[in-house]
Design a binder for this molecule. Structure first.
Ligand SMILES: NC(=O)c1ccc[n+]([C@@H]2O[C@H](COP(=O)([O-])OP(=O)(O)OC[C@H]3O[C@@H](n4cnc5c(N)ncnc54)[C@H](O)[C@@H]3O)[C@@H](O)[C@H]2O)c1
Length: 251
């Protein structure tokens, strides 16, 4: 099944690494112009280089999604150099496992700000111009299975990702009248630098618990995100899809 994104402009946060980098690459391969947005400027540049090598079109942008001002600057810059974005992928995220009672306020606020508010403000800034243009569009938010079923040692992260799920569903209802589909992907344990921040014992235990008995590859999650950001998913909105090797099987 080919996915054709030619004529579309996508902004992908967290595109300097892991799942976001693969999303940017697959979207560019499918013909989209891709704004590669990340807090790590050299990582974004590397993603763009990879895309340019295969003749895709991408540009790197620096953004800190915990700052509304930075998101506004990103929106203005992508609009100036690439035009209207009709695909928004919120992939930037971070966490470190820690017992809840050891979480300090700075950690808690950072986790919520990055994983939940970053996603909310990206949508707030990008959807206004899209609605005004009258064009249809796609939003894919990256949650986590932690946000669907809970996760020991990831309590605040799970709360932020559960917030992404609720935000996605409500936003989908509001955006449907503008033909903007809003969906959410919930990755399970995926082989990226973020996953490897966890202690090895926990990594091994997670792999044992996965019915498919292995970690997900970033590309396997990215494929689903790209599908949900395409015309191939034209009748899908307000949904949460786990990509977790069967670790979670949620109704
Ligand atoms: N890897 C997993 O096992 C897993 C599981 C469930 C959910 N997720 C989610 O998938 C998404 C992608 O994670 P990944 O595994 O590819 O991680 P990753 O660490 O490989 O990539 C995350 C990217 O986000 C960027 N980033 C961090 N803070 C940022 C900020 N303030 N502003 C802009 N960019 C910022 C990082 O620089 C990095 O390039 C995240 O939302 C994560 O929570 C990952």
């Amino acid at each position: 099944m080919n996915i054709d994104l030619s004529g579309h402009v996508a902004v992908v946060t967290g595109a300097g690494s892991g799942i976001g980098r693969k999303v940017a690459g697959i979207m560019a391969e499918a013909g989209a112009q891709v704004a590669v947005a990340d807090i790590n400027a050299s990582a974004s540049d590397e993603t763009v280089e990879l895309i340019n090598k295969v003749d895709g079109h991408a540009e790197a942008f620096e953004v800190d999604v915990t700052s509304l001002e930075s998101i506004r600057e990103l929106q203005a810059s992508t609009s100036r150099s690439m035009g209207l974005c009709d695909i928004v992928v919120n992939c930037a995220g971070w966490n470190v496992g820690q017992p809840f009672l050891e979480n300090n306020p700075e950690f808690i606020e950072h986790v919520v700000s990055l994983n939940l508010l970053g996603c909310i403000y990206m949508c707030r800034e990008y959807l206004g111009p899209l609605v005004e243009s009258g064009k249809s569009g796609w939003v894919v938010n990256v949650s986590s299975d932690a946000g669907r079923v809970g996760s020991l040692g990831e309590t605040v992260y799970a709360a932020s990702k559960g917030g992404v799920v609720a935000f996605t569903k409500s936003l989908a209802r509001e955006m449907a009248r503008y033909s903007i589909n809003v969906n959410c992907v919930a990755p399970g344990p995926t082989d990226t630098p973020l996953f490897h921040l966890q202690p090895e014992k926990i990594q091994a235990a997670l792999v044992r618990a996965i019915p498919l008995k292995r970690l997900g590859e970033p590309e396997e999650v990215a494929n689903v995100i790209v599908f949900l950001a395409s015309q191939r998913a034209s009748y899908v909105t307000g949904q949460v899809l786990s990509v977790s090797g069967g670790l979670t099987m949620v109704d």
